[in-house]
Design a protein around this ligand. Structure first.
Ligand SMILES: Nc1nc2c(ncn2[C@@H]2O[C@H](COP(=O)(O)OP(=O)(O)OP(=O)(O)O)[C@@H](O)[C@H]2O)c(=O)[nH]1
Length: 327
């Protein structure tokens, strides 16, 4: 058996989350057309049986990362820390490039240059993934591959379309070939390390990103305040999960946009998020949303750190331990 961690690195909007979802076959990461959608690193786990004459059995833990960008706010710095953490625990790195964009490698201050500097520091195989080939002429791919291959000795190069799932089978086979021998890191049927309540928070944030514009998507954060065990099914109706979430924004003007005229925007975010959450949980969902203004939260180290779900899990565990000790 082969197993290992494969980190997916690239600039905002290159298609990292689309690729991880396509590889895992489940929605582990939210996807929108807005850059900087992903804020923390997310594991998507794939368990692959052996195929005789083709490849070994394998468990691949894909790690989606925030898009590589220059940090401005405290939130940006946290996002870049997530990128560094993902690079520190990997067996293979996939560098994903958007084939439709011009590569600004001549500019020493560009994000592309920054990405190449990052991969020069890793000591594992790096695959070059040219994504969105469904949008470009095939003859433009060869010069792009030649240009990028001159900058770094990539172990493999794959033109793919993450959206159309084109080229993914060959990519998976090559990944297995490069992975070390080893046992599973996660149980066989687990597809992410992200607990359900945080997937739910992300699904709500995805709707906010899709349904609002300008600064609002970037100034919004979602915190699940209550997530109850589903009530048992009544008759032939599915069980019901009650969830309450707070949407944080930075200014009263943003709050007004999120709520909308007569509450219409919040209602539409809630309705569409609820449908997604119902399909994730396989229950009916009662979703309560409210909006809180927390001025300049993106600059608050304490708040940005408190949003980290790994930290929230650790704190919930601590609180549970304390309750048990008190009992
Ligand atoms: N046509 C086409 N669009 C794609 C492909 N892959 C991703 N996209 C689109 O590109 C946009 C960005 O995709 P994401 O997967 O969110 O990109 P990301 O790299 O995770 O973005 P950040 O989280 O901002 O870093 C979305 O609108 C996707 O639907 C592809 O292969 N073909």
């Amino acid at each position: 058996m082969r197993s290992g961690f494969v980190s997916i690195l690239g600039r905002p909007n290159a298609g990292k989350s689309t690729l991880i979802n396509a590889l895992v076959g489940e929605k582990v990461a939210i996807v929108t057309s807005k850059p900087q959608t992903t804020r923390s690193r997310i594991h998507g786990i794939v368990d692959i049986p052996a195929v005789k004459g083709k490849h070994h059995a394998a468990q691949i833990v894909f790690v989606d990362t925030p898009g590589v960008h220059k940090p401005g706010s405290m939130l940006d710095k946290r996002m870049m820390q997530e990128v560094h953490d993902a690079l520190a625990q990997r067996d293979i790195v996939l560098l994903i490039i958007d084939a439709t964009r011009r590569i600004e490698i001549d500019d020493p201050k560009s994000e592309d240059t920054f990405v190449f500097e990052l991969i020069k520091k890793v000591d594992c195989p790096v695959f070059l993934i040219i994504n969105k080939i469904d949008l470009v002429d095939r003859e433009k791919l060869l010069p792009l591959i030649a240009q990028l291959s001159a900058l770094y000795p990539f172990a493999e190069v794959f033109p793919i379309s993450a959206r159309k799932r084109d080229g993914l089978e060959r990519l998976t086979e090559k990944l297995i070939e490069h992975l070390p021998e080893g046992q599973r890191y996660f149980p066989k049927d687990q597809f992410t390390d992200q607990p359900e309540r945080f997937l739910v928070a992300e699904l709500i944030r995805e709707r906010i990103l899709m349904e609002t514009g300008e600064e609002v998507p970037y100034a919004s954060a979602v915190v699940i305040e209550r997530f109850e065990e589903p009530e048992p099914a009544k008759g032939d109706r599915l069980p019901l999960t009650r969830i309450a979430a707070a949407i944080y924004c930075e200014r009263t003007g943003q709050k007004a946009i999120l709520i909308g005229k007569g509450g219409s925007k919040l209602k539409s975010i809630g309705t569409s998020a609820r449908k997604e959450i119902e399909s994730l949980l396989g229950t009916r969902v009662f979703l309560e949303l409210h909006v809180i203004v927390k001025e300049n939260w993106r600059e608050s180290q304490g708040f940005v750190e408190a949003l980290d779900w790994r930290r929230q899990i650790a704190e919930m565990g601590e609180a549970q331990k304390q309750r048990e000790e008190e009992d």
